[in-house]
Design a protein around this ligand. Structure first.
Ligand SMILES: *Cc1c(COP(=O)(O)O)cnc(C)c1O
Length: 871
């Protein structure tokens, strides 16, 4: 099979230089003068055309450093980053302004993505590539004596999210802008993002993420955009202009201050927006209080207000249940709805019936669900609409995405807490629930009365706490379903579980409300920009870089999967990326690793259902096998470098023990002279977006081994797939669809299926464990890795002999997992087969672009159409 040679071999795989995609894109020509020039020079490397045009940019960068930071020459990489970022910011704002002028003129329907989390990562690289100005900026930095890659490394991650859910929101924003969809994200500008994770003696330590100290070039403070948000107080009925109205007088008020974060689309002039709210005191400085000498009170007010947007709760897949969390949720929802309504009013006056034609909202999990009650309050109490009219508007505007299958992880707020903090909202929810249960009574009239009463009780938005009958709870997922037009899960299997189990009662009544929207990730950040070497090779093979926003074109790679010459180039790229990861391991742990070993990666939040523990057990087993081998036998084994990374929620004790087990096993294995050439295990601390961008391109095998039916979708599996990384995984979440697209025979699938789980859980007392499993339990219990008291709860947690244990069925899947790992080794020994599969993964990843996901949301749920400004 013929494919085109890599051009400009001086830009070979190790330079990291942006290459093939610097050619003009459809719709991109004219974004800058350079682009036009590039049309004629399409076949030439970026660097060749750079020096003449770099000068104004060079000047701009140095002048930013001079006048914004008072610096003159002798810059560090961190300085160069600041100068570059503040220069790029201006280009970004130009594009942002153009887009919004266009949207203002066109007045299209908007989608507002409400999310408590946006895990954005770094912006510099993504911005210059998406804007198509990487050539100018790369050259300017080179002229100044810097490398874009090192300069970009100086940026801190914007880690305003825990994991998958927040990263999904970030990928969605990239796709919405790239598809020219009028859409904004709305969230909270947390002062402290996700905690920084460190290791101390192998234990997780948490440090504050003070990410804003050096300023943030990627945001624009909107001094003119502020809204009041109230809490507490009392609710009264009053005659206002002869009309009976409900008036809520909060006892506490804060101001939500807007910050805009422009979101550049790729290969389009569109730059959309993520608007984040910062909480500030209502009397910026309470002069009255100050004059009276009550300095403390004024400062207290400030502290209380700022507390609302201070910290991101570091929980993943379990709700926090703290009052401040509800306050945060209401804070950003209230400000966002007021903001949207004030823009609507400026154009359409009080024609609120038309609101659903101009605005819709996606609730990212239940976190923003208070929007149901808040939109009702704004329409009824503030705008004076009748209840029924307001309800029609509200349900037309809102849609809800479910992200979790674990019933205990669905948010429920005590009525007492809500009534105190949001008394009017609690009333509104009660009225909604009255109407809802009454409607159910009529709808279910054919059921026997006892059965009907049971059904209604089971579907009531307000219900007793199953663990404490005295406490009444507001079920936020139920409120979201009742208050929305569409409800969706995030992968095919997950959406089925939502319909068949979690929300089955609701599905029975509103089958057409329920949809599936399989997640996706942006191929810009997660392939093109984080792996420019592979991107260049793909572009060469396909003859065009159109795959970057039309990932179905990646299927064309299948034609090269078995081509030895192409495989050699594919392998060379992977080797170069492995060398980079090896460098990072060396930097963190001081060890040199065998770069010919299989790089085996599991990076994700640490959670029992994600089963990092199962991974560690198989590593211990591998270690024990290696110990038993003769030196000759060992030489025939497939060497592995295993990497595990991820944060444990600060209060999640078991997850922290799992981290300690990883580090303890690593300490033993990595030092053992007999085995250290064949097996390593490293925990890489502080897993975040930037670390993922380094690790994923280097991965050869990645692990997605959650208990079937527990991982809603997963999205890192998609990132790995795009980068040609083979997957060992369970029949769970998006793994299933990934296997279907890649060819099931190319994926190392193991473990019980979701349908079997309930029965197995019931039977697990009688489960006969594998003797190898029993041996490993004894090893850990016996102190083979030290700390045996600390590890005892871990051993107990998976002990099948005790009722209530091994909830995630590690023992059930253990033997199958070891067998799948043997298959991995056998396949790796056949490098040509391994590379063929690797290419097939990338070739099969087309479906998992978030562009596809967003197109589906836009067509099936939002009914929002592209509106592209002219270039
Ligand atoms: C993609 C991503 C996740 C989600 O990973 P899963 O393996 O799907 O749980 C979490 N954290 C970061 C930093 C990511 O980039």
């Amino acid at each position: 099979m013929a494919y085109r040679q890599l051009q400009g071999t001086n830009r070979g795989v190790s330079t990291g230089a942006p290459v093939a995609y610097s050619r003009p894109m459809p719709g991109r020509v004219g974004r800058s003068a350079l682009r036009v020039q590039a049309v004629a020079e399409a076949e030439r490397p970026t660097a060749a055309k750079s020096s003449a045009s770099a000068e104004p940019v060079t000047h701009d960068i140095t002048s930013k450093l001079k006048y914004l930071f008072g610096r003159n020459g002798d810059y560090t990489n961190a300085d160069a980053y600041q100068g570059t970022a503040w220069s790029v910011r201006e280009k970004l704002i130009d594009s942002f302004n153009k887009t919004h002028e266009h949207w203002k003129k066109e007045d299209p329907k908007f989608i507002y993505y409400l999310s408590a989390e946006f895990l954005m990562g770094r912006s510099l690289t993504n911005t210059v590539y998406n804007l198509g100005i990487e050539g100018e900026y790369g050259a300017a930095l080179r002229d100044l004596g810097y490398q874009m890659e090192k300069v970009a490394d100086a940026e801190r991650d914007a880690a305003l999210g825990n994991g998958g859910l927040g990263r999904l929101a970030a990928c969605f924003l990239d796709s919405m802008a790239t598809l020219d969809l009028p859409g904004w994200g709305y969230g909270i500008r947390y002062k402290y993002g996700m905690f920084k994770q460190g290791l101390k003696n192998g234990y997780q330590v948490e440090m504050p993420d003070i990410w804003l100290t050096k300023g943030n070039p990627w945001e624009v403070k909107r001094d003119d955009i502020k809204f009041e948000v109230g809490f507490g107080g009392r609710v009264e009925r009053k005659k206002v202009n002869g009309k009976e109205m409900t008036v809520w007088t909060p006892s506490e008020k804060v101001v939500a201050q807007a910050y805009d974060n422009p979101i550049p689309g790729y290969a389009t002039p569109t730059t959309s927006n993520l608007r984040l709210w910062d909480a500030v005191p209502i009397h910026e400085f309470d002069l009255g209080a100050f004059n009276a000498g009550d300095y403390d009170r004024a400062m207290l007010e400030r502290e209380r207000a700022e507390g609302i947007s201070a910290v991101l709760y570091p929980n993943d897949s379990t709700p926090e249940g703290k009052e401040l969390r509800l306050k945060q949720q209401y804070f950003f929802v209230c400000a966002s709805l007021q903001d949207v309504m004030s823009r609507f009013r400026a154009v359409h006056g009080s024609n609120w019936e038309a609101l659903p034609e101009k605005a819709c909202f996606q609730l990212n999990d239940t976190h923003p669900t208070i929007a149901v009650a808040e939109l009702m309050r704004l329409l009824v109490d503030v705008e004076g609409l009748e209840w029924d009219a307001a309800w029609t508007i509200t349900t037309k505007c809102l849609n809800y995405t479910n992200h979790t299958v674990m019933p205990e992880a669905l948010e429920k707020w005590p009525v007492k807490v809500m009534a105190k903090m949001l008394p009017r909202h609690m009333e509104i929810i009660e009225v909604i629930n009255e109407g809802w249960t009454k409607w159910l009574g009529v709808h279910l009239k054919d059921l026997k009365s006892e059965e009907r009463a049971q059904k209604i009780a089971a579907m009531s938005i307000i219900h007793a706490n199953p663990w404490n009958a005295d406490e009444m709870l507001v079920n936020m997922a139920y409120l979201a379903v009742v208050g929305s037009s569409a409800v969706n899960g995030v992968a095919a299997i997950h959406s089925n579980i939502v319909k068949d189990e979690i929300l089955n009662d609701f599905y029975q009544i509103f089958p057409s409300k329920f949809q599936n929207k399989t997640n996706g990730v942006t191929p810009r950040r997660w392939l093109a920009w984080c792996n420019p070497e592979l991107a260049a090779l793909i572009t060469e093979a396909l003859g065009s870089s159109e795959w970057i926003n039309d990932t179905e074109k990646l299927a064309g790679l299948r034609a090269f999967a078995s081509d030895p010459a192409f495989q050699a180039k594919w392998s060379a790229v992977k080797k170069a990326k492995k060398a980079k990861l090896a460098e990072l391991i060396k930097k963190i742990h001081g060890d040199d690793v065998n770069q010919n070993a299989l790089f085996d990666i599991q990076i994700k939040r640490i959670h029992e259902y994600k089963r990092q523990y199962l991974n560690v057990l198989s590593i211990i087993w591998r270690y024990k096998q290696l110990k038993k081998m003769t030196p000759e036998q060992r030489k025939a084994a497939v060497p592995r470098v295993c990497v595990i990374g991820g944060k444990a929620a600060s209060a999640y004790d078991m997850a922290k023990r799992i981290i300690r087990l990883v580090t303890a096993v690593g300490d033993v294995i990595n030092k053992d002279p007999e085995t250290k050439d064949y097996l390593r295990l490293y925990f890489l601390p502080d897993y975040n977006v930037s670390l993922a961008e380094t690790i994923i391109p280097a991965a050869e095998l990645s692990q997605h081994i959650s208990t079937a039916g527990t991982e809603a979708s997963g999205t890192s599996n998609m990132k790995f797939q795009m980068n040609g990384c083979l997957i060992i995984g369970t029949w769970d979440g998006a793994n299933i669809e990934i296997a279907e697209e890649t060819g099931v025979e190319n994926v190392f699938v193991f473990g019980v299926r979701a349908e079997e789980i309930n029965q197995l859980r019931k039977d697990r007392k009688n489960f006969k464990t594998d003797p190898r499993w029993d041996e490993l339990m004894k090893d850990i219990e016996g102190g083979m890795f030290g700390d045996k008291d600390y590890f005892k709860p871990l051993v107990d947690s998976v002990n099948n002999m005790k009722v209530g244990n091994d909830w995630f069925l590690l023992a059930n899947d253990f033997a199958g997992y070891l067998a799948a790992q043997e298959e991995v080794d056998a396949t790796y020994k056949d490098q040509s087969e391994w590379l063929r599969r690797s290419i097939m993964y990338t070739a099969g990843s087309g479906k998992f672009s978030s562009d596809r996901t967003i197109r589906e949301y836009a067509e099936d749920i939002w009914h929002v159409k592209p509106a592209r400004p002219s270039a």
